[in-house]
Design a protein around this ligand. Sequence first.
Ligand code: IDP
Ligand code: MG
Length: 155
Amino acid sequence: MERTLILLKPDAVQRGLSGQILARFEQKGLKIAAMKLMNISPDLAAKHYEAHKERPFYPGLVKFMTSSPVVALVLEGIDAIAVCRNLMGKTNARESAPGTIRGDFGMSRSYNLVHGSDGPEAATREIGLFFPEGVVSFDYAAFNWIYDPVEELKK
Ligand code: IDP
Ligand code: MG
């Protein structure tokens, strides 16, 4: 099992799309391991987007992400990071394939509705930044029907 940090960005919350976007991840079979509505402080935004500090779009990105609340989530599943990135689609929503979240709901390269960790190291780092209190530990009964218990869930 792998965990990833997902953010429903300010545009998703303000456009009333949080529920529909969360449903995409949930119906795919990802387990919600943590979830909260929160404001991102400038300090948290800077840590989260550290890798983009030198990019020309960085100031605008921080302004956008701190302008209004986000829904922060930790999602869990086998290969959760890649599965979520595929569900999200390409960074530029105009170029994102239909069927993806960005492809179905967005028209912008910057206001692209959703963030997802891009690798295992980023996921661990980002989950620690957004959920220093830890995730919620519980048995997700649906996993026994989402995965093949013999092939995929053997301990
Ligand atoms: P990703 O979110 O698809 O992983 P990144 O390249 O990591 O894309 O960029 C982080 C975020 O910065 C994007 O989701 C988008 O909101 C914003 N961004 C990326 N490239 C541009 C750009 O060229 N102009 C404006 N905003 C951008
Ligand atoms: Mg990224």
